[in-house]
Design a protein around this ligand. Sequence first.
Ligand code: MOS
Length: 734
Amino acid sequence: MSPQPQAAVGAPLSRVDGRLKVTGQAKYAADQEPDGPEGVVHAVVVDSSVALGRITGIDTGTAEAQPGVLKVLHHRNAPRLPYGPNPGSLNLPGERLRVFQDDRVRFHGQPVAVVVATTLEAAQHAASLVKLDYDSEQPTTDLADAPAAGEPRTYARGDAEAALQSSPVRLEMTYRTSRNHHNAMELHATVAQWDGDRLTLWDKTQWVQSPRNEVAANFGIPAGNIRVISPFVGGAFGNAARAWPHITIAALAARETGRPVKLVLTRRQLYFGVGFRPAYEYKVRLGSNRRGLLTAMTHDLRAETSRYETFSERGVVAPGQMLYTTPNVSQTARTVPLDVNTPTPMRGPGYSSAAFPVESAMDELAHELGIDPLELRRRNEPENDQASGRPFSTRRLRECYTIGAREFGWSRRDPRPRSTRDGDWLIGTGMATALYDTLRAPGQASVRLDADGTALVESSTSDMGPGTYTSMTQVAADALGLAVRNVTFRLGDTSMPTAPLHGGSLTMASVGSTVQDGCDKLRQQAIRLAVEDEDSPLSGADADDIVVRGGRLHLKDNPARGETYRQLLTRNNRTHLEALGSWTPDQSRSSMYAYGAVFAEVAVDARLGLVRVRRMLGVFDAGRIISPKLADSQAIGAMTGGIGAALLEHTITDHRDGRIVDANLADYLVPVNADVTDLKAIYVDGRDDEADPLGVKGLGEVVLVGVAPAIANAVFHATGRRVRELPITAESLL
Ligand code: MOS
């Protein structure tokens, strides 16, 4: 078939759902009101004020006596739920938290009761009146003080110990990253409504199948009885992927009261009601020769997890295995169970946590050897993936370095730390490499073209912010040969064709290829109809010579010969055409990653230790860019998030009682506009044809990965002080 002209793909479109969002017409989970505003009742979760122990008493009398209160549910009166296995879920090794099924408290803030009332205010007030007594024990919540459990995950090639011993240059460092919380703007919310044994959930989720499968397993009902609807998500960054306990609580409260129930977690409750990026302790040893060629690396890391589930992420060890030419590598990754709730992926999961130690260590080695940090990376650029032995599908990292150095002005850099001043400010620049693996998963999409020349495309994917609505509309518009305004893309409903988790940067590759397949099939159907129709101007033409543009089918080389979809369908008495698209990724023969190089310039107040990011540049090899404007939103948003991880974000636990002390957006600091002055992203040209039919490698994760180490390396260059712990605070520089 003739390739379709590409008009929408690659164009800097504004979000097709932007107007709905800025005019308040986009309905998020908490905006849903089945049966109207009077019909929905409100649930407020009561959470544990101790971190470990047992509930010995619960007094709900005063709460239940409040006007408007319908029910107070807790472990003594809640029905026992089956909590069956849920193999297709994102649940982890261990045993998931079962809400209100026993008297045990496993972490501070664990849900211990829920109050349902006719108004939110009544439910909030009554929740404050539920009296609980605990038999509490001393919790263990500090990664630094606790032992690892279970067997470590290990990786080895060559003989790292022997190679280190014989290396002329050896470095040994320990890095620490702090616990971070996603803190998306939208709070986690669920509205649950039963109709007999059928349940509808309006939920904030990155994967509508996730709450469906989880609630079905927990209640012991068929997944087909549950419909999950989630048209809009106000940010997620990974923590709306798993179906957290509050979703089951909402469904339970709705079943026990016979009313549609709305449950919105408070900002404070997000700090223990959903997951977080775990803290890491990451010991790195590097060996190299005098020219900076790496001879050996060892990585020994410890990561926090909960006492009841084991969270671990492959991405935290992958960079050490394949980013640089290293003949000898040895890794051990251990998990440390603590009396906390379970961690979860957070943007650039694993890779971001690894990039700080790995990319800081490279900077330390460069300084030690007196080699430019960019040059050191170039010298260690591998020809293939040394972990898998496979060739790279595409790896344009050298281009990222070259373009980045040129655009950032890297050659003007005086390599000596603390060499540049601007008044009281010490100025420094630093860089780091980024990578994230190209994940892909199968899915389906339905396409319907109406006789009026408009199309509807549906897939049960999600849009947590990257712009799925827009990018899928672009792909569909080009494959159908329609103007963007004549294509509607819908998502976020389990009644739509199945789609994979919206995470891990896999949506564009996976759902995009699925949408393109469905639209290709539909276009072919229309072309067949035309060439077989004696009354069509295209009658008898070779189908392979026909393209569609602006809703009109015509010969590629003779645009005058053709007709519109509308003419074709109307004459053939067809109200519409339909197709089902699907895509399943090939078994990959290559090592597929998206890459990037991040450059940062910081100013550090010499007397106060304040760090300001003056400018940042990211150069990314993410394959083909479908939507440049959305790509910039992702890249600049990620650089902003990376400033947070580098300098501000830190979930602080009081280890005496396991309480998170900064569980709010006043004390948990995130960057604001004044922290974000000059951020820029560049994308190297080129598609990856092995990855998927669209040629994309995924963008949303890789753009975060190198940011924190680039800033940390710039802080070292500015001050001569190497801070091996995130976030880098003023105190750590004094
Ligand atoms: Mo991303 S951490 O997979 O939402």
